[in-house]
Design a protein around this ligand. Sequence first.
Ligand SMILES: Nc1ncnc2c1ncn2[C@@H]1O[C@H](COP(=O)(O)OP(=O)(O)OP(=O)(O)O)[C@@H](O)[C@H]1O
Length: 476
Amino acid sequence: MGKTAGSVWENCLKFVEDNIQEQAFKTWFSPIRPIKLNENILTIQVPSKFFYEWLEEHYIKLLKIALQKELGKEAKLVYSIVMDQKYSGKDPYTVKIPSSNREKVQLQEIDAPMPIDSKKVKNPFIIPGLQKIKIDSQLNTSNNFNNFIEGETNRLARSAGKAVAKRPGGTSFNPLFIYGGVGLGKTHLAHAIGLEAKENHPDKTVLYVSTEKFTQQFIDAVQSNNRNDFIHFYQMIDILIIDDVQFLSGKKGTQEAFFHIFNHLHQKGNQIILTSDKPPVDIQDMEQRLISRFKWGLSADLQAPDYETRFAILKHKVEKDGIEIPEEVIDHIAKNIKSNVRELEGSLNSIIAQATLNKKEITLELTQKTLANFINNTRKEISIDYIQRLVSDYFKIPFDQIQSKTRKRDVVQARQLAMYFAKKYTKASLSSIGSQIGNRDHATVLHACKTVKNLSETDKVFRGYVEDLNRKISVE
Ligand SMILES: Nc1ncnc2c1ncn2[C@@H]1O[C@H](COP(=O)(O)OP(=O)(O)OP(=O)(O)O)[C@@H](O)[C@H]1O
């Protein structure tokens, strides 16, 4: 009977087994599947790129001897990476991706196996048949460095991002942890780093994913028994960008999977970029081992832009869009809209819209009027009712419980927070706040405000609640 891929590989394994430790053999050789024999060329399937690199580094000489014993001096080896451990037997060049990723990340086709041209093969043993997996990086090209305006408040994060894009994995900024409040440019910067890294290193795989999507993919993978495939997939990425990691909070399973991915990538010197709305230590319900890893590299914050940066951002935007606006208008917006860049852009857009709709010129007067409306509109929804609903939603405590007389500890705490924020964000009097939140008197409201203040100073977890809620309310 003629030789088959199976019989050749079986004999190779016997030889390898006699020459290495049992444990190493089990780890590195048992998962390999022989898939094709074409004259003196054997194709084997390995479960990941990492796996292939390990074989190359540690066992290639042994493999060569083993294979030459079977197929003669001209023996050659081709690797095929198949994510799904169970090789389907249909098409050796198909990289199987967990269905969750296939749909959501839109992992694309792999490179077709390179034609085997022995004259071009540099390594006389290995045929360059290793498939490279192409993935869609999910990067938004409009969020690049060219239109990310530099200023005092983002300088460190921006230059760290630039350094990472130049030498991904090669700086001590691994992971690069970018944090800051809403609308301050975390996502924009993360995309910019990814885009520039891709441009500098076209051979590297870059992937941007939001934590929400990552979590959903993980849930899908678990449900379809593809947990390992999910982890292997992410372990292949050279530059992994995960946005809003604070949303991993409380998600134990996803945190665990991410821990394995993080360790693997970090160990290999692959770059990890994370964004969050708060610094690592302030993320609640996050495994300590992850928090400590987040701090391994560089944590850089983005703060609310100062006047000069706000001015420069507005100026850049109008110039880019080819809109003529007097400098005093830009100055007026930059002086009045201070909270974040999203709001800054929003206010500029409403001024442009007003002028266009009414066929008017953009003047200081029109700007003042529009801005007054804009500020009113963005603040309009902050009513006591709105605050109560937000608090009820945040703590998952039914609205009517907050309104009730119950003295249950968590409800009391939620009620006190609602009172505190009602005092902070509305013009209502203490007694009016009390009557709208559980029909209490003004002394109760006063007591609630003091309690919240005191607890924020002494209790870190509680302070986290206050900051989270504050952020949520002030965005609206
Ligand atoms: N330095 C900057 N220069 C130019 N545009 C900026 C800058 N910072 C932020 N922006 C713009 O502001 C808007 C909000 O930024 P982005 O979405 O990146 O914020 P974020 O911090 O990720 O917010 P969130 O916490 O809501 O996710 C985007 O349109 C972004 O392009």
